[in-house]
Design a protein around this ligand. Structure first.
Ligand SMILES: Cc1cc2nc3c(=O)[nH]c(=O)nc-3n(C[C@H](O)[C@H](O)[C@H](O)COP(=O)(O)O)c2cc1C
Length: 366
């Protein structure tokens, strides 16, 4: 049996991806500060990266309450939809494909970022051991309040509205952000979910909100235009679980029933080690999902070629390499050197470290 290379196309749902190099979701804190609206520089940034097989946008809050950092874009207001339309138009003009990542941060927020300076919401009243950026400094995340049972339907509805907005903004699909210690991940894990109602306790209960959100999203989009991101072995956002293999085996089996476009796993610590805790195993989890598998975390050219070439992985999402290399696909194809990321310009600011990373061959961006 012969397997494809990174540069072979892949049919994802009813979309044809020209290659298997995906741009991972990357928060850059460069939306317009008033109203958290995407604008022209964001369109330019994504259009520069349109040769990716698929772009997944930075996480975008589904409601004002879903916000956890300064200057991240939303996808709940008309102005935000119009801003995103500029982005999708620019990417489509370059023959690219782009999904928006839908985000609710849960407890990874600060009162100063919340409507009326209220406490952020979470499954339980447990502060994360984490920090966020409030526009001036890194600050400890605030102690959240536990969501009331009657509020769950509203949260699901916020996801539904965001999915409708994503259609109106011209996206090709959506990725549900259930990774990295944010709201949905907080529900999944027993370290942050101490509820005693239908949304806590057993892994089935802890997965309930995720399943309800997927039911809502699949009413709006065909399943083949929806992906999901999980990070089973990451402690991002101070998240923990007493038995991640058991939790995520159940979660992935539940997700599989929806026939989604892809399962996207962060393999290991997000942005950190690819080594897994004792007893953890990605292949076992991957096997529980029948569809396309997108892998992420610390991939370089060799690792990605091997993973796709062995048939273990269908798509590889690159994060930091895509920040610094708008023409990453071409560079990987030519085995060219890569630009290094400048850590100082990751979050917030203007064009520097955003739209000014050089390409090898200027015609790529023309
Ligand atoms: C600047 C930055 C912003 C990120 N923002 C997001 C995000 O919005 N959503 C998400 O799921 N992951 C986010 N991540 C994690 C990346 O998608 C990815 O998992 C991580 O960088 C590891 O992949 P890499 O080794 O290819 O960079 C971010 C990472 C970085 C470095």
């Amino acid at each position: 049996m012969t397997y494809p290379t990174l540069f072979d196309g892949l049919r994802l749902g009813d979309l044809d991806l020209p290659n298997r190099v995906v741009m991972a979701p990357l928060t850059r804190n460069r939306a317009l500060p008033v109203g958290d609206v995407p604008h022209v520089p964001n369109a330019e940034y994504y259009a520069q990266r349109a040769s990716a097989g698929l772009i997944i946008t930075e996480a975008s809050q589904i409601s004002p309450e879903g916000k956890g950092y300064a200057w991240t874009p939303g996808i709940y207001s008309d102005a935000q939809v119009a801003g995103w339309k500029q982005v999708t138009d620019a990417v489509h003009a370059k023959q690219g494909r782009i999904f928006v990542q839908l985000w609710h941060v849960g407890r990874i927020s600060h009162t100063s970022l919340q409507p009326n300076e209220q406490a952020p919401v979470a499954p339980s009243e447990l502060a994360a051991e984490a920090h966020t950026f409030d526009g001036q400094a890194l600050v400890p995340t605030s102690t959240p309040r536990a969501l009331d049972l009657f509020e769950m339907a509203r949260i699901v509805d916020d996801y539904r509205k965001a999915a409708i907005n994503a259609k109106n903004a011209g996206f090709d699909g959506i990725e549900l952000h259930a990774a990295n210690g944010y709201l949905l991940d907080q529900f999944l894990r027993d370290g942050s979910n101490k509820r005693t109602d239908a949304y806590g306790g057993s892994v089935e209960n802890r997965s309930r909100i995720l399943v309800e959100v997927l039911e809502a999203l699949t009413e709006i989009w065909p399943a083949g235009r929806i992906g999901i991101r999980l990070s089973p072995f990451s402690s991002a956002g101070g998240i923990s679980d007493s038995d991640p293999m058991a939790t995520f085996s159940h979660v992935i089996k539940s997700v599989d029933k929806f026939g989604l476009a892809y399962l996207h796993l962060v393999e290991g610590e997000t942005g950190g080690t690819r080594e897994l805790p004792k007893g953890a195993d990605i292949a076992t989890l991957r096997a529980l999902f029948k569809g396309t598998y997108m892998a992420n975390n610390g991939y370089n050219r060799g690792l990605a070629a091997k993973a796709v070439g062995s048939g273990e992985v269908d798509l590889v999402a690159f994060g930091r390499p895509f920040i610094a290399n708008p023409d990453l696909v071409e560079r990987l194809a030519q085995n060219a050197n890569l630009n290094e990321v400048d850590p100082a310009t990751l979050y917030g600011g203007g064009a520097t470290g955003y739209t000014d990373y050089p390409v090898q061959n200027a015609s790529v961006l023309a």
